[in-house]
Design a protein around this ligand. Structure first.
Ligand code: AMP
Ligand code: MG
Length: 368
């Protein structure tokens, strides 16, 4: 199959909508990451999404709608909390989990009796959904387990020849996936941090529990509320190790352990600390939105088959940084080392075993 490259001209959006209506696969730009879209009500079209990505079939897809008013079409119950959230955050990087109506195929929901729904903040994509006249089911448009795609070039790299078209809407503004909140739980539950910070959600909802998938590693055979969270994610071919502590302590640690084939992923402000180690900056520490926007592109740049190990710096703080930290931790298989407490080469044995222990717990199942 030849993958067509489309623009956001009205003519091309109509072409994209026709492809979707006809059961095809079209990569769509959103403010979070590129989505791999198909008619969410057509089980055969949805099946092709899983095939193109190599995605496990129990990992459900998010339904994208062009207007919050469509929510009751696909959800049996729409609680007040959902209306409030939609009013405040849509269009935007928030996915709500709600009870699903029967017209949504099991393939889309991974067999669950709930569905994730979102209204993306991208005019071109909302227009495609409107023109198609069906909700678009779309996971991130990357090969399963790899970092998500935030440019049309990334999508082409992973999906060329496997999908009908890619709509090039430029680089994604947020750069990490949507925040997922489960509104079917007794207390609203954060299943995945994302473009909307948890504090903003809590302020509106009054209460918010964090699912364990947000804070820690989940075994591949675990039964969890967000099935996608148990799989290996966002992982470049190289091993990622997060180095915590001050920039100076981190630079000392990295210099003591750096070997040929290693790389450094850091904040722009820290480039001088890592001078001589060919560091890659993914954004500015002082601008958390630049870090989320740049993370996946930087991980992909370092995923060139030459890099063996990536020493990565990870932001602290709330808002979108919760998501940036979550994605980096997952790409690292939760391997972290604190350069403040284990700064010197004399502590090498302890450092190594700490890193190795983290590595042994890493999920091996293929991810989304
Ligand atoms: P992706 O679009 O690739 O980020 O994948 C969609 C994410 O949404 C996955 O992590 C899914 O597990 C999650 N998701 C979608 N639908 C549901 C649902 N009904 N319940 C829980 N999580 C969901
Ligand atoms: Mg994904």
């Amino acid at each position: 199959m030849t993958t067509q490259l489309l623009t956001t001209s009205q003519q091309d959006l109509e072409k994209a909508a026709r492809l979707i209506r006809g059961g095809g696969l079209v990569a769509i730009p959103t403010e979070t990451v590129y989505g791999l879209g198909a008619n969410g009500l057509d089980p055969e079209a949805v099946r092709r999404i899983f095939l193109a990505k190599g995605r496990p079939s129990d990992n459900p897809l998010i339904l994208h709608i062009h207007d919050a008013a469509r929510l009751p079409d696909f959800c049996r119950e729409v609680p007040d909390a959902a209306r409030l959230l939609a009013e405040r955050f849509w269009p935007g990087p928030l996915t709500m989990i709600l009870p699903v109506r029967d017209l949504v195929p099991k393939r889309t929901t991974g067999g669950l009796d709930t569905v994730g729904v979102r209204c993306p903040d991208n005019d071109a994509t909302r227009e495609i959904i409107r023109l198609a006249g069906v909700p678009i089911a779309a996971p991130s448009a990357n090969t399963s387990g790899k970092p998500s795609t935030t440019t049309a070039a990334h999508v082409l790299h992973d999906m060329d020849g496997k999908i009908d078209a890619i709509v090039d809407g430029g680089p994604c503004r947020v750069g990490v996936e949507s925040t997922i909140v489960d509104l079917t739980a007794p207390v609203p539950r954060l299943l995945r941090p994302g473009g909307i910070g948890p504090e903003a959600l809590k302020a509106l909802l009054g209460e918010l529990e964090y699912d364990r998938a947000v804070t820690g590693e989940v075994a591949a055979d675990a039964v969890v509320r967000a099935p996608g969270m148990k799989y290996k994610h966002y992982a470049p071919a190289a091993e990622v190790l997060i180095v915590e502590g001050s920039a100076e302590a981190a630079a000392r640690y990295v210099r003591a352990h750096f070997e040929p084939g290693d790389a450094v992923l850091c904040f722009a402000e820290e480039l001088p600390c890592f001078a001589g180690l060919n560091p890659t900056a993914y954004g500015r520490e002082a601008d958390p939105a630049s870090l989320s926007a740049g993370l996946f592109a930087a991980l992909r740049r370092l995923d060139d088959g030459q890099v063996r190990r990536i020493f990565a710096r990870c932001p602290s703080g709330g808002g979108v940084s919760v998501a940036t930290r979550n994605r980096l931790l997952k790409s690292a298989g939760f391997r972290t080392v604190n350069a403040e407490t284990k700064p010197s080469p004399s502590g090498e044995g302890a450092e190594q075993s700490e890193a190795d222990e983290g590595a042994s717990g890493r999920g091996t199942a293929d991810g989304q």
